[in-house]
Design a binder for this molecule. Structure first.
Ligand SMILES: [Zn+2]
Length: 95
């Protein structure tokens, strides 16, 4: 069955590649380090150290971090005119 709402193939491929790149650039490295004070951290392959906090778990930070990375990557290559939930810079708005 054909999807009438499908994006043009070129844009779709670009956005898919961006998402794949983001996924590959943000993988946790090694084991989580658990400290006596209850804090825990793990390295991301992008260089950022992911941690738990007073109101979030290490796993929650990992999930948010990956989601942010995917969002940023896809948002960067998405067509400027595509309506957004999160506001983007004026240079990305339709003219
Ligand atoms: Zn990362």
């Amino acid at each position: 069955m054909e999807e009438s709402t499908a994006s043009p193939p070129a844009v779709s491929a670009t956005m898919h590649r961006a998402k794949t790149r983001a996924r590959a650039s943000h993988v946790t490295v090694g084991q989580a380090r658990h400290h006596p004070d209850g804090s825990a951290e793990i390295d991301c392959s992008c260089g950022m150290v992911l941690t738990n906090g007073p109101q979030w778990s290490l796993d929650e930070h990992i999930r948010l971090h990956r989601a942010e990375a995917r969002y940023l990557a896809v948002s960067e290559v998405a067509p400027a005119g595509m309506p957004r939930l999160i506001p983007v810079g004026a240079d990305r708005r339709p003219r």
